[in-house]
Design a protein around this ligand. Structure first.
Ligand SMILES: O=C(O)C[C@H](O)C(=O)O
Ligand code: SF4
Length: 510
């Protein structure tokens, strides 16, 4: 098994940096369905551009390289402990080289282990089989989409859809609701894996298991095939769209599995995966550990770098404003939902730990008139001790909802950049204080890393690389105003209109 660690390293790097062929085709279909010049089309262009940049840079498609989850099938007699050790070594190596973000955090102390290893991370699941080779599959599922997973216990009442009973139609309603409740926060357009039955644990396992199916397979169970097709057709009528900006494509794939349950329980579990659906697999020679074959490798690989972007058309529909910090209140009050903002100059990253910290402490820098970027980047230090950005897309902003408004007022922050939008408390604060929320394209970590021209400093490194406050110099960092200082929120509007659309699916279908 001398090649095992090397094979696992290849699998990790490939999964983190190259989107699988079936997923590319799904993204391309979504792009083709949007009209040029719309926000959805613009976002999808950024996404496909980002996919190509990750190919070329061999760098993470998204900065959140998730909780690495391996599923391994081994012939009888193969030493699983050796496989586990090889996977762990390969994970540490990939983290050191900036192919994975250090993502393993002590839940009690908040300490980041720095190498992605720790209690419960990575997840490795073994199964034995009768074949004579090893099958290893890996999914890197990020935290933002993981947070949008949902489990229903039937019967239940669902907003917009009424009662969901213990039958196929009740299941249908749960799935439709799961897409609605995710909005754009899990970086839509997304994929869902659904598990019907089991208990709370095995139901979610089954849901995640569906994410290991190919996007284009056909469910052999006739009832489930119909259900999957129904969901694909109708969830896309909800109008949530890419990033929750509205649009034709909200869902890129739906896979449903079923298992038995016990009489008192009836769970429908949904695992939501962002467009940056990073899962791959290999088969290995059982004695040497060499890669025999790459899985999910069928069909054409779309090379998005060959596509042409119709920039002129995009420009005609949107107003573009260039900003440079420090920003004045008057400049902010000029901005309206729908404006495209290009930022030059300084911004500071701040996510979960920073927001909590700033609510009880002074800021390490003067934040008056400044821009906060909700981002946990992948960073590498060179031999001279200088930091380099390897991936730096936005994180889900709603987690900062309890703190954001207060912090903006306390420190005089004028703009926050993130994704998925924020709630009523922040919207009220933007109006009162004169602030703006800018939505960047979730998952576009290479695209944004390219806009970052230098790393000028870092504070609060004790929170770990993703959570520290990085001082960044940017050029042409592009984001859309989705919440302005006049009380307007695109997120509130899309939520409301998609709930109205959801109500159309109240009547029995199955
Ligand atoms: O942790 C991150 O960088 C992003 C996260 O996956 C998210 O979607 O919020
Ligand atoms: S930022 Fe978006 S694309 Fe990246 S892992 Fe989170 S949900 Fe997925």
């Amino acid at each position: 098994m001398e090649k095992l660690q090397q094979s696992m390293y290849k699998l990790i790097v490939e999964t983190s940096t190259r989107l699988p062929k079936d997923v590319r085709r799904a993204v391309a279909r979504a792009k083709a369905s949007e009209s040029a010049g719309t926000r959805a089309a613009m976002s999808l262009s950024t996404i496909t551009n980002n996919i190509s940049m990750a190919d070329v840079n061999v760098s993470p498609i998204c900065q959140d390289t998730g909780l690495p989850t391996f599923k391994v099938k081994t012939p009888v007699g193969v030493n699983q402990l050796k496989i586990k050790a090889a996977i762990k070594n390969a994970i540490a190596e990939a983290t050191k080289g900036g192919k994975l973000r250090p993502n393993s955090v002590d839940s009690l102390t908040g300490e980041n282990s720095g190498d992605n290893l720790g209690e419960g991370t990575p997840v490795i699941k073994f199964e034995q089989w009768e074949k004579d080779y090893i099958d290893v599959r890996l999914i890197l599922k990020g935290g933002g989409c993981e947070n949008k997973n949902i489990q229903y216990s039937l019967p239940c009442e669902l907003e917009g859809l009424g009662r969901a009973g213990r039958d196929l139609d009740g299941i249908r309603k749960c799935i439709m609701h799961s897409v609605y409740q995710a909005q754009g926060q899990g970086c839509s357009a997304g994929f869902i894996g659904v598990g019907i039955g089991g208990d709370r644990t095995s139901g979610y396992e089954l849901a995640k298991e569906q994410l290991f199916r190919s996007v284009e397979d056909v469910n052999p169970n006739e009832e489930l095939r119909k259900l999957e097709e129904y969901v694909m057709e109708n969830a896309n009528k909800l109008g949530i769209g890419t990033m929750g900006f509205g649009g034709e494509t909200t869902l890129l794939g739906c896979k449903v599995g079923v298992m038995n349950r016990i009489p008192a329980s009836f769970f429908v579990s949904v695992a939501y995966n962002c467009w940056a659906y990073r899962r791959l697999g290999v088969t290995l020679h059982a004695e040497t550990g060499d890669i025999n074959e790459w899985l999910y490798n069928e069909g054409e690989e779309i090379d998005f770098s060959k596509e042409k972007v119709d920039v002129e058309e995009v420009k005609s529909e949107t107003r573009e404003v260039v900003l440079q910090a420090p920003i004045t209140e008057a400049q902010i009050r000029e901005l309206k939902v729908g404006d495209v903002v290009k930022i030059n100059g300084r911004m500071y990253t701040g996510r979960d730990a920073i927001h909590k910290h700033l609510s009880d402490n002074d800021a390490p820098v003067d934040l008056n008139g400044q821009v906060i970027y909700h981002c946990g980047p992948v960073m590498l230090k060179d031999e001279e001790g200088n930091w380099h950005v390897k991936a730096a897309g936005p994180t889900t902003s709603i987690r900062e909802e309890p703190y954001q408004g207060d912090i903006m007022k306390k420190f005089g922050i004028r703009a926050v950049i993130g994704k998925g939008g924020m709630g009523p408390k922040t919207l009220a604060a933007l109006k009162e204080h004169g602030g703006v929320y800018l939505n960047a394209i979730g998952g576009a970590a290479q695209y944004y890393a390219d806009c970052i021209k230098s790393v000028d400093g870092v504070d609060l490194m004790q929170f770990g690389i993703p959570e520290a406050m990085w001082h960044l110099s940017v050029e042409g960092f592009t984001a859309v105003v989705t919440m302005d200082s006049h009380g307007n929120s695109l997120h509130e509007d899309v939520d409301k209109s998609s709930l109205e659309k959801l109500e159309q699916f109240k009547e029995r279908v199955f």
